[in-house]
Design a protein around this ligand. Structure first.
Ligand code: ASP
Ligand code: MG
Length: 490
């Protein structure tokens, strides 16, 4: 059994949903469980309707609901012949009637609590799963709509509810497993669930990936496919560097490092339940279903390139904190970090010496109050418009010469490095440069680190004159080593 999750853009209209049906057909023999997002933009539009209602603008809220009703009915009627459309139409109409009642209530009370927000947002995934299951069924696939609120059970922390795994597993076994066993194709909404008492909840924006991961882990799926609108994860931002390539395989740890340092990729934290069970997760493009996509999993064989990917996070500021009397007293670092913590400012990189601490943080999170608090402790200066470049890969671990090579490339690009850190995990080298230097640094790094190395020339990316011993051959006997044998795997 596999889980296939389709994001908002993959189900945005009738054409997109037709593609989904064909993709599901291509996997029908593998017993897919389908998880769908709301149609693209719908969650935001529901929220906007709710906010209009809460501000007392009942008409505007209802107008928005009406637009959504039309869009869903049109999509369904485009997708379905008249008999099946006749069947799904009443379900859609009654969902939108309920939505309008809810908005009227919100407008009367002028109050949109987290609990009402969840009820409101749940409509997006409820109706998208109605439509997608009917579309599958109309194409001879045994699509069957499952109400996610009966399966994904959570606590009551509305808008960011935490799943109750044992209960969820039991519900999935009772409700979804029998469908899979008789080769039906269950279709459920992502992102939404309910408390034990049946009150609708949501598990955080973008939560459908998390739903897919929870369902996959609970039902011990063979793999999880996240269908989206990009080819997969790339070796660097293709907007920065036209040579960026698709990453075919990446470890969970690498993907997590990349996501936290600015790569706009699937956030692997949401995949944790699946990764813990060692279930591979694929990121695939619903507009190019034959594309290879990216596989994220716990362990990935080493590749022939020194790194897996390069990410750049702009909009950073370096905050310099200098101790008085030219020295940092004991406990000073702790006090400084406590200030950042108190102001909920996440510190990305810290570098410290006897006399000075430098911290790289997101520019938007440096509040004047934070700086005022710091100034009570020490002398403070800020350098805005910086960027953190991260070079990530399991190959960095324990290999000599990589740092020399990375900084050799940056120097060759004529770029000055302001701060450096290599994470405790040893799979990331982070450094800070001026924002305007990002394109030059990233392009040069990419062309040096992803030079088309053949295995025997593995290390030719080192700066000239530096030669290191060949690395021991990878010991992984993983089947995906075969992939490497056919060409440069990245
Ligand atoms: N529809 C939800 C959102 O837009 C969840 C998702 O698509 O993953 O946040
Ligand atoms: Mg999404």
């Amino acid at each position: 059994m596999i889980v296939m999750k389709f994001g908002g853009t993959s189900v945005e209209d009738a054409t997109a949903i037709e593609r989904v049906a064909e993709i599901v057909r291509s996997r029908a023999a593998e017993d897919p469980v389908v998880v769908v997002s709301a149609l693209a933009g719908v969650t935001d539009q529901l929220l906007a309707a709710g906010q209009a209602a809460a501000s007392g603008d009942r008409d505007r809220a209802l107008e928005r609901a009406q637009v959504l009703r039309q869009r869903h009915l049109c999509t369904a009627s485009e997708l379905l012949p008249s008999a099946p459309f006749g069947k799904v139409k009443p379900a859609l109409e009654s969902s939108f009637d309920l939505l309008q009642e809810l908005l009227t209530g919100v407008a009367t009370l002028r109050e949109l609590s987290p609990r009402s927000t969840d009820c409101l947002l749940s409509f997006g995934e409820l109706v998208s799963s109605d439509i997608v299951s009917a579309a599958l069924a109309a194409r001879g696939l045994a699509g069957e709509r499952v109400d996610a609120r009966e399966c994904l059970i959570t606590d009551a922390s509305h808008t960011k509810a935490a799943p109750l795994f044992d209960e969820t597993r039991a519900r999935l076994e009772a409700r979804v497993r029998p469908l899979v066993e008789r080769h039906s194709i269950p279709v459920m909404g992502g992102f939404i669930g309910a408390t034990l008492d049946g009150i609708p909840t949501t598990i955080g924006r973008g939560g459908s990936d998390y739903s897919a991961s929870i369902v996959g882990a609970a039902m011990e799926a063979e793999r999880i496919e996240i269908w989206t609108d990009v080819p997969g994860m790339m070796t660097t931002d293709p907007n920065l560097c036209s040579e960026a390539r698709l990453i075919q395989e990446i470890s969970f740890e690498e993907a997590a490092e990349l996501a936290s340092f600015g790569a706009k990729v699937l956030h692997p934290a949401t995949l944790l339940p699946a990764i813990e069970k060692n279930i591979p997760v694929y990121v695939l493009n619903s507009r190019d279903p034959a594309g290879a996509g990216t596989c994220i999993r716990a362990h990935v064989p080493r590749n022939h390139y020194p790194v897996r990917a390069i990410a750049a996070k702009r909009n950073s500021t370096i905050v310099n904190v200098a101790g008085e009397r030219g020295e940092i007293p004991r406990g000073f670092l702790r006090e400084v970090l406590a200030v950042f913590d108190r102001h909920e400012c996440q510190v990305d990189i810290v570098a410290s010496s006897q006399v000075r601490i430098s911290l790289a943080v997101e520019s938007g999170s440096v509040a004047p109050e934070l700086l005022a608090d710091l100034e009570r402790l020490a002398e403070v200066s800020c350098e805005p418009r910086q960027a953190i470049v991260s070079v990530v890969g399991e190959n960095l671990r324990g290999r000599q010469g990589i740092a020399a090579s990375v900084f050799g490339s940056v120097a060759a690009a004529g770029v000055n490095v302001r701060m450096i850190s290599q994470g405790a995990s040893e799979i990331t080298i982070n450094f800070v440069i001026q924002e305007e230097d990002v394109p030059a640094a990233v392009r040069r790094l990419h062309s040096d680190l992803f030079a088309d190395a053949k295995a025997e020339e593995d290390w030719r990316w080192l700066p000239s004159g530096v030669r290191l011993p060949q690395p021991a051959p990878a010991t992984d006997t993983d089947e995906s080593n075969e992939v490497n044998a056919h060409g440069p795997e990245i």
